[in-house]
Design a protein around this ligand. Structure first.
Ligand SMILES: [Zn+2]
Length: 460
């Protein structure tokens, strides 16, 4: 009997209880418990339901979440965290100038300390925006130590995810050596690490086909994903067609590279056949609405790709041109951009966009998260539903997707660990992160002596 009582008591006790809030589960039925409770033990969710049904639970810590939404935390499906060092520079510059004449030289000249400072700063901002996981495409210093420093920086703030180890024609090493370096980097943070390292050929359009195949074979041999860009710019598919006699996504299919292990940013300019193939293979696609809008790139065929079956998440794509890491801005723009393109307010909506940022992103990254459900990782964000912009308060999902902003995030939890609360990240000293990020970015920009058209003061 005593043993039974003990085991019952054990099952009723947990580490953290979030009670009284609007619990938006983001499960396929879009279930909301209000007022609801989420129970956490170790790194997992142990119970989710109406507060009245879970009164028997006790915890070491109980957080009153009334007037708040409790949601699965966000996943950034595509990023360049190092670009935080140049926030705002190059605003209004054409992407085909911005990338080769500004971003590539900047990336090539960054020191490891500058990269680490910028990445840590970006990770802090993302934690404050309710983000728990990130897929970063890192190409500013692709030596082993710098790639590991990026993974360390992300983890130091408490985020999980993967660092794409940048590879391709722009890297200052022969392709064979790049593959060896990538293999070493992956081994340093193998499959199953909180922050893994993946091979990341820069762009399908501008890389040799054999090199891309070798990078994917490396990923598959190490049981990790791979990350790249494709069909981001309006001429990309034509450039590829002229050089290779095939559209890029058709080639990816023929080469056997499409699938859930492929994590491809943008995929804006796809024809019907490419949309169907990407969907059929459950290919991972990162939709980056702020970046697409800021650079005037184009509108991804979101509805078509979702209907075809692709696995889609939302990405920040670096804060350099988008100015800030704010997932709420991505969520709202994800919908607005689609509606502007279709001239149809029924196209996309707050629930779909919030799904992309949470469950969609977790599926994209292969995480056991993205839904508030027992057994899944406790990657959870608490969002205030209080304040003038929430009064009168909209329904919970549109409130979070359309009315809320980053500053409404009150708590970010990753694997049961609170990494942001009461206005501060818990694992790093934000003030010193900011001071170092500012100091190192100032040194970097001064050293680079950037052309005047990159100066944001000259922007329209
Ligand atoms: Zn990118």
């Amino acid at each position: 009997m005593d043993e039974d009582r003990d085991s019952t008591a054990e099952s009723r006790s947990c580490d953290l209880l979030l009670t009284g809030g609007a619990v938006i589960t983001m499960d396929t039925g879009a279930q909301i418990f209000e007022p609801g409770t989420v129970a956490i033990k170790g790194d997992r969710i142990t119970a989710v339901g109406l507060e009245s049904d879970l009164k028997h639970l006790s915890a070491k810590r109980v957080v009153d979440c009334s007037a708040r939404a409790v949601i699965p935390s966000f996943v950034s499906a595509h990023d360049h965290l190092f670009q935080n060092a140049a926030r705002g520079l190059g605003e209004g510059v054409d992407f085909r100038v911005w990338l080769p004449e500004f971003m590539m030289p900047l990336a090539a000249s960054m020191t490891r300390d500058e990269v680490r400072a910028a990445v840590t700063m970006a990770a802090v901002e993302q934690a404050r925006s309710g983000t728990s996981a990130v897929l970063d495409h890192h190409y500013a210093g692709t030596d082993l130590e710098t790639t590991i420093a990026v993974a360390d920086a992300v983890e130091s703030v408490g985020l999980r995810g993967a660092i794409g180890h940048g590879m391709g024609r722009e890297q200052p090493y022969p392709e064979e050596e790049q593959l060896v370096r990538a293999a070493e980097a992956i081994d340093a943070r193998p499959a199953g690490s909180k922050v893994e390292i993946w091979p990341a050929p820069g762009d399908i359009i501008y890389n040799d086909q054999d090199f891309v195949i070798s990078a994917v074979e490396l990923a598959r041999s190490k049981n990790v994903g791979w990350h790249t860009h494709c069909s981001q710019y309006k001429t990309d598919a034509d450039v590829y067609l002229a050089e290779h006699g095939t559209r890029p996504v058709i080639w990816l299919e023929k080469a056997g590279l499409l699938g859930p292990d492929a994590h491809i940013a943008h995929m804006i300019f796809l024809d019907d056949e490419e949309v169907a193939l990407a969907g059929e293979r459950k290919t991972g696609i990162a939709y980056c609405p702020v970046s697409h809008g800021i650079f005037g790139l184009g509108t991804m065929r979101l509805t078509d790709l979702v209907e075809a079956g692709a696995s889609i998440g939302l990405g920040y794509d670096g804060a350099v041109a988008g100015f800030r890491n704010d997932m709420f801005e991505q969520i709202k723009l994800a919908v607005i951009i689609q509606r502007l393109q279709s001239m149809d307010p029924t196209e996309s909506g707050p629930q779909q966009a919030l799904t992309l940022a949470t469950r969609g992103g977790a599926e994209f990254l292969g995480l056991e998260a993205g839904v508030l459900s027992p057994g899944l990782l406790a990657d959870i964000t608490v969002v205030s539903l209080d304040g003038p912009h929430m009064t009168p308060r909209p329904a919970p999902i549109p409130a979070v997707a359309f009315a809320a902003r980053s500053t409404d995030v009150e708590m970010t939890i990753v694997g049961g660990e609170v990494i942001f609360e009461q206005g501060s990240c818990t694992k790093v000293d934000e003030q010193s992160v900011m001071e170092e990020a500012q100091g190192r970015a100032t040194d970097l920009i001064k050293r680079l002596d950037l052309p005047i058209e990159i100066n944001p003061g000259r922007s329209r």
